[in-house]
Design a protein around this ligand. Structure first.
Ligand code: 9MJ
Length: 678
């Protein structure tokens, strides 16, 4: 058809349809079909046409999501059907009690079917659609009366202004949670900081603050999402008979539903679901504070009914709180393998994130300054998932009069040597080297660790005792230990002593890269150790190497080269190495490999999204082992992109630039081809 034949009215209608569909693909299905730039071109064309033909503007046009004139205040709205809250369960037992009450209430002998959904930490809302058009949006409020936030709701791209498809009831109330994804929250706080504006404490507060704007143009600038989780009013039509099926139907009508939603049978499966999501929690792009379990069958829901203000057919199994307050009792300085002093917070024991925390690292003095910490402060401790708990902030208004400043010691708390701090470095170090017993202990622990010499049964406590009692001074002394010496140590019987001696013997057969890593040279991790082993092929070559030669090795820059060269110049290091070799440590000669011969030499790779079989960092190390450089962002120089689940903008950019993209299985195939495994 000739374009001149298309009327503005027709073109506007086509553009609206296209934009609505792309909006749905992007915000509801997470499956964009076009780039942001292409979307913007269509959007601008529609905007221009509507400007030229104001009579054709409609309130549900995609251009109308930018916000309307500010309000004086919010009107209030009575919920025709109250918006109830959920009962909580704080343990598997309490979840079991809930399941028992449900079974008894239903007089059911078999397993109950439950719909499981992550519990989003946001603001509950109600959206009313009449004849498929959004006519009203309200907050939950106290469950009976909420605030009219229609103008703000209309700016949220994952909320349909008109329903998609067909078959919706003439009056339909959709309920769900409005939340701010973690990325949007970080970006918002960065913008706030740049403007010297107040920061939001968490995504929930940011979402609430953004929704409570009288000026909806402000709301429009915030990255809010809405996820539907139930229906309220249903008139002039009907919905499916099960909760899971209702959500799928809502999804088809244009609502985002949680992709993790699942329907399972029986309470054990609910516990499994909870555990699985707890593991996944940190990787989710939004914050959740538990799992909601709902009896799936609607007839059963009706049979169970309500108690007080919560349904009997649903429960929120809460994750352990990730934050708790406690007192900072003291700060001690620990000396690490390379002499770095690490301040460690001694805390009044506090239960957080499912464990009791009584001490945690403060990393360095810069961190203490950033947190403005004093001994005696009340602090907020944060522990998420399996990560190390950290002091998130101090509560300034709770600081006692006698709070003490935290000062870096001027001499090593272990050996008394001077403490030095290099210009521009956050870390302070003990200058004692291997004279310092603390450094020696850490060096031996590192030598014995799993990724180094892998000496089974030689735990940290035992190393500490052996050094404290002067049974060993260096790693080489480990190999002349006797059963008689070992059985004198705490918790060491003849059997464990014999096992340890056996493990020491077994560890003597190793590989050059493990041995280099075990030496504990500053900045030489596993990957660098492997690159060094492959490049030089023998320890003798490495011992006499110059800094210039070292720089040729993949992954080695001038600073690392200087550390390596310095290490091999120190007589006592060479003595220890000689004793280790004399004790019988040996390896097969690696095939000497030029850096340029590595399979991915000269290539630049990027990793994005979530990988199931390994962490992103592991993936990075494996790529480096194959000789690739691993970059943080996609550019024209990128050779290939590994895209895990939920890959976002990097994947989009790589596709736009025509860069090779590998999914997880293709990546694993590549690794296996080169003899590596995740
Ligand atoms: C949240 N917050 O994610 C409910 N919720 O159902 C989910 N909240 C809910 N369901 C009935 N997924 C009342 C509240």
């Amino acid at each position: 058809m000739n374009t001149t034949e298309i009327s503005p009215h027709q073109r506007i209608s086509t553009l609206r349809e296209q934009l609505d569909r792309h909006n749905y693909q992007y915000h509801v299905l997470d499956e964009p079909e076009i780039s942001d730039a292409e979307y913007d071109i269509l959007f601008r064309e529609l905007q221009q046409l509507e400007q030229n033909h104001p009579e054709l503007v409609q309130s549900d046009s995609p251009t109308q999501r930018v916000g309307a004139a500010p309000l004086e205040g919010f009107g209030s709205i009575q919920h025709e059907i109250p918006m109830l809250s959920l009962d909580n369960a704080f343990s598997d037992e309490e979840l079991g009690d809930f399941n028992r009450r449900v079974s008894e209430g239903l007089k059911a002998a078999g397993a109950i079917e439950y719909a499981c959904e992550p519990k989003l930490d946001g603001i509950a809302v109600s959206l009313l659609y009449e004849d498929g058009r959004l006519i009203r949006g309200a907050t939950r409020g106290d469950g009976y009366t909420g605030e009219d936030i229609t103008q703000n709701i209309r700016t949220i791209p994952s909320i349909p202004l008109k329903l998609r498809g067909t078959g919706w009831p003439a009056r339909l109330e959709v309920r769900g949670e409005i939340y701010m994804p973690k990325a949007g929250f970080e970006a918002l706080n960065q913008r706030q900081q740049a403007k010297d504006d107040k920061l939001f404490a968490n995504p929930r507060n940011a979402a609430a603050g953004s929704l409570r704007q009288l000026d909806s143009k402000v709301t429009a600038e915030r990255q809010l999402e809405m996820c539907a989780y139930s229906a309220g009013i249903v008139e002039g039509g009907s919905l499916p008979e099960a909760h899971g099926a209702i959500l799928k139907q809502l999804n088809q009508w244009g609502f985002r539903i949680n992709p993790e939603m699942d329907v399972v049978s029986g309470v054990e499966a609910c516990v499994d679901y909870y555990n699985k999501l707890e593991q996944k929690r940190e990787q989710l792009p939004y914050e959740i504070d538990g799992i909601v379990f709902k009896v799936n069958n609607l007839a059963q829901q009706q049979q169970l009914g309500f108690v007080a203000r919560a349904p009997r057919w649903a429960i929120a199994r809460k994750f352990p709180a990730q934050e708790a307050t406690t007192e900072l009792l003291d700060v001690e300085f620990q000396v690490g393998r390379t002499g770095v002093l690490t301040p460690v917070a001694r805390l009044k024991p506090v239960f957080v994130g499912g464990v009791t925390v009584s001490n945690t690292t403060l990393h360095n003095m810069d961190e203490i300054e950033r947190l403005d910490l004093r001994i005696g402060d009340t602090v907020v401790v944060h522990r998420a998932g399996d990560v190390i708990p950290k002091v998130a902030r101090a509560l300034a208004d709770k600081r006692p009069e006698d709070a003490r400043e935290i000062v870096l010691p001027s001499s090593c708390p272990d050996c008394g040597s001077d403490i030095e701090q290099e210009e521009g470095e956050a870390a302070a170090r003990c200058s004692g080297g291997l004279y310092c017993q603390a450094q020696r202990k850490e060096a031996i622990k590192h030598f014995a660790s799993r990724k180094a010499m892998d000496i089974e049964g030689l735990g940290d406590k035992l190393v500490e005792q052996l050094v404290d009692q002067e049974q060993i001074k260096t790693a080489a002394d480990l190999f002349s230990l006797t059963e008689a010496q070992l059985v004198r140590m705490e918790r060491m019987g003849p059997k464990s002593a014999q096992n340890l001696l056996k493990a020491l013997e077994t560890s003597k057969k190793t590989s050059l890269n493990r041995f280099i890593f075990a030496l504990g040279i500053r900045e030489v991790g596993e990957v660098t150790a492997l690159n060094l082993a492959n490049y030089f092929g023998s320890l003798d070559e490495l011992r006499v190497v110059t800094e210039e030669a070292l720089i040729e090795v993949a992954d080695v820059g001038p600073i690392v080269a200087a550390h390596i060269a310095r290490f091999f110049k120190q007589p006592h290091n060479l003595e220890v190495i000689d004793s280790l070799i004399a004790a019988g440590i040996h390896w097969e000669k690696p095939v000497k490999q030029d850096a340029s011969e590595q399979p991915l030499a000269g290539q630049s790779w990027v990793l994005t999204g979530t990988l199931q079989s390994m962490g992103r960092n592991d993936g990075k190390k494996l790529l480096q082992q194959l000789g690739a450089k691993v970059a943080g962002s996609v550019s024209a120089k990128t050779t290939a992109l590994v895209a895990g689940e939920k890959a976002g903008s990097k994947l989009k950019k790589a596709t736009e630039l025509g860069i090779q993209v590998l999914d997880e299985s293709a990546f694993i195939e590549l690794l296996t081809e080169h003899g590596l495994q995740p």
